[in-house]
Ligand binder design. Structure first.
Ligand SMILES: [Zn+2]
Length: 95
C-alpha cells in the first residue's frame, strides 16, 4: 500500500481536524475529505511498487480549504525511489 499523508491548510494555515474544536462542520468536512482521498489513493495506486527497488510511492496530498469561497483544492506531491517509477505512479494517479 502506498504511503499516503494528508495535510490540511485552512485559509493558508496548516491545521489538523482535531484543532478545529468549535468548527464541527469544517472538522467533519476535513475528516470526510481525508477518507475520500485515502480511498481514491487505494483505488488508483493499490499495491503499486517499483519493479526495480520494491518500494511503494510516497504521496503527500495537501487539501487547501478557503472559508471565503468554501472550496477545497487538492495538491499532490509524489516521491519515489527513482524516476521511471515516478512516471508510473503519476500515470496511476491520473487514471
Ligand atoms: Zn525504483
Amino acid at each position: 500500500m502506498a504511503d499516503v499523508t494528508v495535510r490540511f491548510e485552512v485559509d493558508g494555515d496548516v491545521m489538523a481536524p482535531e484543532q478545529l474544536d468549535e468548527q464541527y462542520e469544517l472538522a467533519e468536512l476535513l475528516d470526510y475529505t481525508e477518507a475520500q482521498i485515502r480511498a481514491q489513493m487505494e483505488r488508483q495506486l493499490g499495491d503499486l511498487r517499483c519493479e526495480v527497488h520494491g518500494q511503494p510511492p510516497r504521496v503527500v496530498v495537501t487539501a487547501q480549504y478557503s472559508s471565503d469561497t468554501e472550496q477545497m483544492e487538492l495538491a499532490y506531491h509524489v516521491d519515489t525511489c527513482c524516476k521511471p517509477f515516478l512516471l508510473r505512479a503519476v500515470q496511476a494517479l491520473n487514471r
